[in-house]
Design a protein around this ligand. Structure first.
Ligand code: CO
Ligand code: ZN
Length: 343
């Protein structure tokens, strides 16, 4: 879990995944034959083998911001989002502003409840209304902060109950799962590329380029999916449930999983007693959508870990579901040459 902690707490908004890539590369060392970084910043680890060409993708980026404006009088910062935020989840959060001269701690606050008018209370929050307070004089801020400096939410990774929680479980947990699966697999029956992708949160951009370059037969995205299994949500809208196993995705709005891969994953899960659930996600996408349409096309699927409160700093994942996701990926790696997509 120490690796997961480091990955979760690292900063890496779309296009600026460097710190995450460094941790992932260190963890991949010795598990693959070669590693390279392409023009988009994708980290591509290659474990040479026979059988189908397989890409396993997990995205390194997290949703975050660029500094778009520095208020000349107050030193407060305005921000441009990279990725999809619910503004409500941003109020009363600590942030880090990554400047050329180092990281600055700050917060996103809101007018105290005592003085909020009825109209202000009812108004929907928008990101353009939010500002970062660095606790520094305007002159100091103007000196240290530049337009385009990146901003990430600040949150510790913790374990409690049966879960892990923190920021960017979407999708740092995928990198952890990939590493663990590679360590545990007794054999790898394919020509395997493990790819830490970039810019997923702004449109699967890294995965599209990696798919084009590597031309896989099979693409597997690892990603967080919605677990809306909270008391306010009717059963038919839960998508997945925490603690009920790895989610084998059937569709989201970016890809429809290959029926042969769905069949193969279900069979492997049953054979190895790995708990699983079937996922239909109405809206959202994963790197599978980018890999699917590369070159002459790729058979893809996403293995998802059910996650509560996705795209917030308290993303929650059940430890049993992490195990199930790792185990199903191990099962696939050990049998990949036998998978019959047509059958
Ligand atoms: Co996401
Ligand atoms: Zn994701």
């Amino acid at each position: 879990m120490e690796l997961l902690r480091r990955l979760s707490e690292a900063a890496g908004i779309p296009g600026y995944e460097g710190p995450v890539r460094a941790i992932f590369a260190e963890a991949l060392e010795g598990l693959v034959d070669t590693m390279e970084v392409d023009a988009l910043g994708n980290l591509i680890g290659h474990k040479k083998g026979d059988g189908p060409v397989v890409v396993i993708a997990g995205h390194m980026d997290e949703i975050g911001f660029l500094v778009s404006h520095v208020d000349q009088d107050s030193g407060f910062l305005r921000i441009e989002p990279l990725g999809g935020f619910d503004p409500v989840t941003l109020v009363a959060q600590r942030v880090l502003v990554h400047t050329e001269s180092g990281d600055l701690m700050g917060c996103i606050g809101r007018k105290a409840t005592h003085i909020l008018s009825e109209a202000e209370r009812k108004k929907a929050l928008e990101i353009k209304d939010l500002a970062i307070d660095l606790g520094l004089a305007a002159d100091v801020v103007k000196d240290k902060v530049s337009i385009g400096d990146t901003v990430t939410l600040h949150q510790d990774f913790i374990e409690y109950g049966d879960v892990v929680s923190g920021k960017a479980m979407d999708d740092r947990l995928a990198l952890y799962v990939a590493i663990e699966a590679l360590k545990r697999a007794r054999k790898v029956m394919c020509d395997l590329y493990i790819v830490g992708t970039t810019q997923e949160e702004v449109g699967l951009r890294g995965a599209r380029v990696a798919g084009q370059a590597l031309n896989p037969d099979i693409g597997i995205a690892l990603d967080a999916t919605i677990a809306a299994d909270t008391p306010d949500v009717p059963a038919q809208q839960r998508v997945t449930q925490l603690g009920k196993g790895v989610a084998i995705k059937l569709k989201d709005s970016a890809s429809i999983s290959h029926p042969g891969l769905v069949r193969a994953m279900k069979k492997l899960a049953k054979e190895r007693d790995i708990p699983y659930q079937l996922e239909i996600l109405p809206r959202g996408g994963t790197d599978a959508g980018g890999l699917q349409v590369a070159n002459d096309g790729t058979a893809v699927i996403t293995l998802s870990f059910p996650t509560r409160y996705v795209h917030s700093v308290v993303e929650v994942v059940h430890k049993d579901d992490i195990e199930a996701t790792i185990n199903l990926l191990v099962a696939f790696l050990e049998t990949a040459s036998q998978i019959d997509l047509a059958g």
